[in-house]
Design a protein around this ligand. Structure first.
Ligand code: C5P
Length: 292
């Protein structure tokens, strides 16, 4: 019961149990609930378990728990005084009063990045599209701005970016929006219908042009083919300092999943990471941001 208490004390949990119990959706959901209260989870190790089965659930080695705690405390202040803008989630482009063009982005990666930056002491401006009501931020140093369309996201980002140290553009922004929004619900006529689309502003490219010395701009590329060359092209075109590539070809990566598998690409380097929870992926991305 005390674990569920919303206390201001630091609570770090290193769970250990049999593999099926750990993998069970209720356990996973409970761990998420604990994290949503600002508690921290050190994931269990993989290997032989007390039941003689083998899998994920082994208590993390005490040395590693201590190392995690040391790293946690050393990082806690590492972004103190820094301001980070993060975009997250999908944009919705209105067709008529009841319909929109959207996409499957859940906002989970962007929220994990916001939590990680806040955890390291940064002041975070989180500009997010329409996400599930279960997506909550729990740090007082995250200021959340809800927007719906790409145009609204663009306006918010343009205003905020000049006073930021960094921006991480994680949102899945629609490239096009209906040219006209119908005032009334469009009725079925039996005929085919055509919706004419106009291009949306490219938020990333605009911020890339506005970028001043000392500011860092990070983008994402979700690709289905020619992943690396597409990501390299975006890195240059949008003036990113690095780009996080995830491919829909990789199982467990991309939209709606709790995990992601990324490659971080800079102008002269490339690093592949294994499949991890989005919280762990956020740590790798923010480590790279700090290195820059
Ligand atoms: O060109 P593409 O949409 O694949 O680029 C992806 C990157 O650009 C992401 O970081 C995304 O958040 C950003 N983006 C944006 N505004 C757009 C389109 C994409 O900020 N209109």
């Amino acid at each position: 019961a005390f674990l569920l208490n919303r206390s201001s004390d630091l609570l770090v949990i290193a769970p250990a149990m049999d593999l099926d119990m750990y993998a069970h959706p209720s356990t996973q959901q409970n761990l998420k609930t604990l994290q949503s209260y600002g508690n921290h989870v050190i994931e269990p190790g993989t290997g032989f378990l007390a039941s003689k089965l083998e899998g994920k659930g082994r208590m993390e080695e005490p040395e590693n728990i201590v190392a995690c705690l040391e790293q946690f405390f050393s990082q806690q202040e590492s972004l103190r005084g820094k301001k980070v803008l993060i975009t997250a989630g999908p944009t919705y482009e209105k067709i008529d009063p009841v319909r929109f063009i959207g996409n499957y982005s859940s906002g989970k990666m962007g929220f994990a990045l916001a939590n990680e930056c806040a955890n390291r002491g940064a002041q975070v401006e989180l500009v997010c599209g329409t996400v599930s009501s279960s997506m909550q931020v729990n740090y007082p140093n995250i200021h959340r701005i809800n927007v719906e369309s790409a145009q609204e996201m663009f306006e918010a980002c343009k205003e905020l970016f000049p006073s930021m140290d960094s921006a991480i553009l994680c949102a899945a922004v629609a490239d096009f929006a209906p040219e006209k929004v119908a005032e009334q619900k469009i009725k079925r006529t039996g005929d085919e219908m055509v919706i004419r689309l106009k291009p949306n502003p490219d938020i990333a490219a605009s911020l890339g042009q506005m970028k001043k010395q000392g500011q860092t701009l990070v983008g994402f590329a979700l690709e289905t083919n020619d992943e690396e060359s597409n990501a390299q092209a975006k890195l240059k075109k949008k003036n990113f300092d690095f780009i996080v590539l995830n491919s829909l070809k990789d199982e467990g990566a991309g939209f709606r999943t709790d995990t992601n598998k990324i490659t971080i690409i800079t102008a002269d380097n490339k690093k592949d990471y294994p499949l991890k929870s989005k919280e762990e992926v956020a740590k790798d991305i923010i480590d790279e941001l700090e290195r820059l």
